[in-house]
Design a protein around this ligand. Structure first.
Ligand SMILES: O=C(O)[C@H](O)[C@@H](O)[C@H](O)[C@H](O)COP(=O)(O)O
Length: 603
């Protein structure tokens, strides 16, 4: 076992002792005091199964077999979620074949960050995670279910569902994804046309043709952004079947995997030694494994927020310090766009999750004492699913070796010695940078500041040709309190053009970037944010900032006395169009980015 992974896991257990203990007590008490369906009156039950068939009612009334609640994030607008339309019926059929039942407990909202990128709706995006958590809890609060399955894939939806599910962790709960669409136009070609469009060298028709050739059918986007990082994490945590995430939506193994998820839930719902409630699956050890997976793949920066919020919702006191402590122990093993030119389908062909997990395990980088839906340990995670006898799926054989080391490296020859995400600290506060997609020549940048209070103002300055030198672009008032912490990924082509012109450029912001961002060094999630007393509100045009990803520092070169004497620029008025007015209460209550940017007050 790697001593750093062991130490971080031990420290996390120690730090979480009280809150995790309270959480587990609460889970067990819920099971004792509010066992599924047992406290419902006849009227309650009759309401709950009124729309079921007579046969289903007879089975449900006996209460001898599991009733599975389905939380569904289906909509037609998210390509990744569109295939989920068919899943509830398949789950019901699979349950019925086992003498059990299933019901859709709730739909939950599901935002697409691709649709809202650079748009006002993006200000709802991060908060939608907590809305999804509450919607998941609303569905399961009917207490009609012995187990649950969450159907979701994309950015905020999976973390939100898991936060909600963890409030029902006395039940077995599984996740099912739908898999990536086939590769379209390569992601780096799309990015190149975007840069040409930003300079007026490509028109809208050309850009739309390229975008449509990239995003072209049902399934998850093919870059390694937040959605695909989610999928990796759910497998690492043990709540989604190993090797299921990156199979195409129409892959012939998908029906068998769905059936296996349902049978695992039915088994795990039964009392006895095989009972596997969610609280046995998501614990300190599996959370550390998830962080290791994120670092080894250079995954989405959004997970430095989501994993913290997920862990804390289960009484686990994960912090950025844990990411920072683990990073030197975890080599970078994948090169998937934006960290390279390959996409998630190339990763799958190279060996996918089984190969990645096998490699990490071989290096002692994963905790072995974990529980998954399939039982204890990591064996299944390190083997690809294959068709077995009777159409059932099996995980057998050896961990595969990489079929393409330019996409999925070995521990003996990693892409970088350290993980893809780093913490930066300095007199402006604490923030995060994703180095896995940045050329090491740009790890250290010292340049004068240009301050912007919005994405739009930076774009206007670019269009006016007013950005033609080295620059640290400070885009502030983009934190959770200010405007819900939008992703600023629409700035990537503009900053990318400046970098390609040979200027030394970096972004410093209290906002977020997308999982698809990375080429330009970006110090993001800066805490404290400008709207909550952060020094970022005192930065002025012409100040000098040094961002040093190797040293882990972000320094504003202004004397502390001068900084103390400066007035903070006030928060601009918030806009209320497109529903943003409704989210004022969340902006007023949200925790800082270092604590997961959540409206929930977890101890
Ligand atoms: O965090 C993420 O992964 C992104 O928010 C992603 O969900 C979003 O769809 C991007 O906007 C797509 O990236 P491109 O716009 O670069 O294709």
């Amino acid at each position: 076992m790697n001593p750093i992974v062991e130490q971080v896991t031990d420290d996390l257990r120690e730090r979480s002792r009280r809150t995790r203990g309270d959480y587990l007590d609460n889970c067990r008490r819920t099971r004792d005091e509010l066992p599924p369906r047992k406290r419902l009156s006849c009227g309650n039950l009759a309401h709950g199964y009124a729309a079921c068939s007579q046969d289903e009612k007879a089975v449900m009334a006996r209460m001898e077999s599991a009733n599975i609640g389905v939380i569904n994030a289906y909509n037609d607008m998210l390509s990744a979620h569109q295939p989920l339309h068919a899943y509830p019926d398949l789950i019901k059929q699979a349950a019925w074949a086992l003498g059990a039942t299933a019901q859709v407990a709730s739909g939950v909202p599901a935002m697409c960050d691709g649709v809202t990128q650079g748009q006002p709706g993006m200000e709802l995006s991060l908060f939608s995670r907590d809305v999804v958590a509450m919607a998941t809890a609303v569905g399961l609060s009917h207490n009609l279910f012995d187990a649950a399955v969450c159907l979701g894939i994309c950015d905020k939806i999976v973390p939100g569902m898991l936060i909600g599910a963890l409030q029902f962790a006395h039940l077995p709960i599984a996740f099912i994804g739908s898999g990536p669409m086939a590769s379209g136009i390569p992601n780096h070609e799309k990015a190149a046309v975007r840069q040409r469009h930003a300079q007026g060298k490509a028109d809208d028709a050309e850009l739309l043709a390229v975008e449509s050739a990239s995003y072209h059918s049902p399934g998850t986007c093919t870059f390694y952004g937040t959605a695909n990082s989610n999928q990796m994490l759910m497998e690492m945590l043990g709540v989604q079947l190993p090797g299921s995430s990156f199979l195409h939506p129409e892959d012939p193994l998908r029906p068998a995997l769905l059936d296996r998820t349902v049978s695992a839930l039915v088994q795990a719902a039964a009392e006895g030694p095989g009972h596997i409630p969610l609280y046995r699956v998501v614990d300190e050890a599996s959370i550390v494994n998830a962080v290791v997976g994120l670092l080894a793949t250079g995954g989405s920066t959004n997970h430095t927020l989501h994993l913290v919020a997920i862990a804390r919702s289960a009484g686990i006191q994960l912090s950025l310090d844990d990411f920072h402590a683990l990073s030197p122990a975890v080599p970078l093993l994948t090169r998937i766009y934006p960290n390279g030119s390959a996409d998630i389908n190339d990763f799958q062909r190279a060996g996918g999750m089984a190969c990645l997990a096998g490699e990490l395990r071989h290096g002692g980088l994963l905790n072995e004492d974990v529980m998954s839906l399939l039982g204890p340990g990591l064996n299944a995670l390190c083997r690809p699913p294959t068709p077995g006898n009777n159409g059932e799926v099996q995980w057998a054989g050896d961990a595969p070796v990489s079929a393409d080391t330019s996409v999925l490296a070995t521990l003996s020859s990693p892409f970088a010695a350290e993980g893809g995400l780093r913490r930066l600290r300095g007199n402006l506060g604490e923030c995060v940078i994703k180095v896995s997609a940045v050329d090491p020549a740009h790890y250290r940048i010292s340049a004068p500041v240009r301050v912007f209070a919005s994405q739009q103002s930076l774009r206007e300055a670019f269009d006016a040709d007013a950005l033609n030198g080295d620059m640290i672009a400070v885009v502030r008032f983009q934190g959770p309190v200010a405007n819900g912490m939008p992703e600023l990924h629409k700035l990537t082509p503009y900053l990318g053009v400046l970098q390609d012109r040979g200027h030394r450029v970096a972004l410093v912001t209290d906002g977020r970037m997308s999982g698809a961002s990375g080429k330009v060094p970006a110090a993001i999630h800066l805490t404290p944010e400008a709207a909550a007393g952060g020094m970022l509100a005192r930065v002025r045009d012409g100040d000098l900032i040094t961002l040093d990803a190797d040293a882990g520092t972000l320094e504003l070169h202004v004397e502390a006395s001068e900084l103390a004497a400066r007035e903070s620029v006030p928060l601009p008025d918030s806009a209320s169009t497109l529903g943003r007015g409704l989210f004022g209460a969340m902006r007023a209550r949200v925790s800082d980015a270092a604590s997961g940017a959540s409206v929930f007050q977890f101890p």
